[in-house]
Design a protein around this ligand. Structure first.
Ligand code: PEP
Ligand code: MN
Length: 294
């Protein structure tokens, strides 16, 4: 059968569902996502970045700047978060900014800087891809590829990134329902990549006092409906640094498999998201609170 044929309601030139490993089990699952569901796979999935950094086995903590700015900024921040106990760092080289006049990131130079700093401090990192033209660079430099909120339903990008076979961090879309989120995850699984971690980063509501609302309802439900690990990003949910600690504790209590938090060695000088970035001192406090909880 070619993928343009219609079979059992499955239509399309690029349908990844033609590779479903067990179509008979999948057919019995009522939801629009199959491989992502707990019915398909009852046991929790794990995603290994390297020895000692495994999502789905204890809390994984990711800290780092919104965007890579300079080697000094990156090295100081990464050295600091590692000392506090972070398992990975984050950093954006390609930034999806609302205004085209805002800092857009350092591009491939940023990826190279992260690779260098990652080797220097022996800590893996995650970074966001925005365009398929950068697939070879992400394949070469990055340990885990982030697909950001704005691209959660860029299905072509999801499939192409999935096919690299590298670990993926898929963030929930700004206004995506839980079902849409899990369907986006399904694209990645159906394209043959099960090295997937989800990230709840807050959704838009009428409330204006914070940037978004961290949706702990959905986070809890993901643990029920799916086997895929899910972490929380309280930084983009809050948009302000003063409530990151309680949001983090709440997310972990709700079952999150880890946290991704924005940290900057000098938040007041950050080129992007300084208002929501923790200082290294605040990040240390967060790490100590998490350790006490264990
Ligand atoms: C980010 O993590 O850098 C980011 C842009 O987040 P989001 O896609 O959740 O807005
Ligand atoms: Mn940011």
């Amino acid at each position: 059968m070619t993928s343009t044929e219609i079979s059992d309601g499955i239509i399309g030139y690029n349908s990844p569902f033609t590779v479903l490993p067990d179509p008979q089990i999948a057919a019995k699952i009522a939801s629009s996502y199959k491989l992502a569901s707990r019915e398909y796979k009852p046991e929790n999935s794990t995603v290994k970045i390297r020895d000692g950094v495994v999502f789905g086995k204890g809390s994984i903590l990711i800290g780092g700047p919104c965007s890579v700015e300079t080697e000094e900024q990156l090295a100081a921040t990464v050295k600091g978060v590692k000392k506090c106990g972070a398992h990975m760092f984050r950093g954006g080289a390609f930034k999806p900014r609302t205004s085209p006049y805002s800092f857009q990131g350092l591009g491939i130079e940023g990826l190279k800087l992260m690779k260098k700093v990652s080797e220097e401090f022996n800590i893996p990192f995650v970074s966001e891809i925005m365009s398929e033209q950068h697939l070879p660079d992400f394949d070469r430099y990055v340990d885990m590829i982030q697909i950001g909120s704005r691209n959660m339903q860029n299905f072509d990008l999801l499939i192409k990134v999935a096919k690299l076979g590298k670990p993926i961090l898929l963030k929930r879309g700004l206004s995506a329902t839980l079902e849409e989120f899990l369907c986006a995850a399904e694209y990645i699984l159906a394209a043959g990549n099960d090295q997937l971690v989800l990230c709840e980063r807050g959704i838009r509501t009428y409330e204006q006092s914070t940037r978004n609302i961290l949706d702990l309802n959905s986070l809890t439900l993901v643990k029920e409906l799916s086997h895929i690990p899910i972490i929380a990003d309280p930084s983009h949910a809050a948009g302000r640094s003063d409530i990151i600690l309680p949001l983090s504790m709440g997310a972990l209590a709700a079952g999150a498999d880890g946290l991704m938090v924005e940290v900057h060695f000098r938040p007041e000088d950050a080129l992007c998201d300084g208002r929501q970035s923790l200082t290294l001192g605040q990040f240390d406090e967060l790490c100590k609170s998490i350790a006490l909880r264990k």
